[in-house]
Design a protein around this ligand. Structure first.
Ligand code: PGA
Length: 253
C-alpha cells in the first residue's frame, strides 16, 4: 500500500452552488481554518465557472486539489454548453467527477458515456473519481451489489489497468444524496468491500491503494463514524461542504 492510500480523502462537491464571488469568500475563510495536513487529501469540485477563482485562491496551497464536476468525452467540437477534459486541465483542474448520480439520473448519462468520460479524463491527465450507487428501488430489490459492480465495470471498461490503479471511486447510494438519510457505517462498509473486491479483480494488489469514498448526506455528526468503517477511505460531501467552517471541521475529523 502506498503512502497516498493511507491519506483520508475529503472531497467537496459544490454542485450548482458558489459562483466566483462566493468561491473567493469561501476560500478566504476555509484556508484560515484548515492548515495543510500530510494525512489528508482535500479536493474541491466547484461549478466550472468558479474553477479559475478557486485555482487562484489556492496558489499558495498546492496541497489542495481543484477539480471539476463533469467533462464531455470529446476533446473539442460542436457541443454547445460543454467543457472538455483538456480545457479543465488547462484551467487548473486535477481531478474530475465522472458518473455522479445527478449526471446519471437527472441528465440521463449512461454507463457507456461514463466510460467515454473516464477515458477522456485519463487522456488529458485528469484523475477521475468514478461515482457509483444504487437507487432505492434497486436497494429494496437486493440489487445494490449488482448495480455498483455493473457501474464500476462499465466505468473502467475502456481504460488500461495502470490507469484504473490511479482512479478514485465514490460510493454514493442515490437515496442518500441530499436527503438527510445516510447509509449506516456497516452498510457503507459492506458495499465498499464489494467495490474493493471488484477493483482487485481488475488490477490485483494495486487495488489496495485506490481510495473509496462514501457520499450521501455526510455531515459533522456522522463523518467520524463513517470514516471509521472498514474500507471507507474518505468522504464526498455536497450540502455540508458549502459552509467553510463546517467543512473545515469535517476535513479535520
Ligand atoms: P450530499 O451530496 O452530501 O448533499 O448528500 C453528496 C453528493 O452528491 O456528492
Amino acid at each position: 500500500m502506498t503512502a497516498d492510500a493511507m491519506r483520508l480523502v475529503f472531497a467537496a462537491n459544490w454542485k450548482m452552488h458558489l459562483g466566483p464571488s462566493d468561491t473567493r469568500a469561501f476560500m478566504r475563510a476555509f484556508l484560515t481554518h484548515y492548515a495543510r495536513r500530510p494525512d489528508r487529501r482535500v479536493i474541491f469540485f466547484p461549478p466550472a465557472l468558479s474553477l479559475t477563482t478557486l485555482v487562484d485562491a489556492l496558489r499558495d496551497r498546492p496541497d489542495i486539489e481543484p477539480g471539476v464536476q463533469n467533462i464531455h468525452w470529446e476533446d473539442k467540437g460542436a457541443f454547445t454548453g460543454e467543457s472538455s477534459a483538456p480545457m479543465a486541465r488547462d484551467a487548473g483542474a486535477k481531478v474530475v467527477l465522472v458518473g455522479h448520480s445527478e449526471r446519471r439520473h437527472v441528465f440521463g448519462e449512461t454507463d457507456d458515456e461514463t466510460a467515454k468520460k473516464m477515458a477522456a479524463a485519463v487522456r488529458a491527465g485528469l484523475v477521475p473519481m468514478l461515482c457509483v450507487g444504487e437507487k432505492i428501488e434497486e436497494r429494496e430489490a437486493g440489487q445494490t451489489q449488482a448495480v455498483v459492480v455493473r457501474q464500476l465495470r462499465a466505468g473502467t471498461s475502456v481504460i488500461e489497468p495502470h490507469a484504473i490503479a490511479g482512479i478514485l471511486v465514490a460510493y454514493e447510494p442515490v437515496w442518500a444524496i441530499g436527503t438527510g438519510k445516510t447509509a449506516t457505517p456497516e452498510d457503507a462498509s459492506a458495499t465498499h468491500q464489494v467495490i474493493r473486491h471488484e477493483l482487485t479483480v481488475l488490477v490485483g494488489d494495486k487495488a489496495a491503494a485506490i481510495p473509496i469514498l462514501y457520499g450521501g448526506s455526510v455531515n459533522q455528526g456522522n463523518a467520524q463514524a463513517l470514516l471509521a468503517a472498514a474500507e471507507v477511505n474518505g468522504l464526498l460531501v455536497g450540502g455540508a461542504s458549502l459552509d467553510p467552517e463546517g467543512w473545515s471541521t469535517i476535513v479535520r475529523t
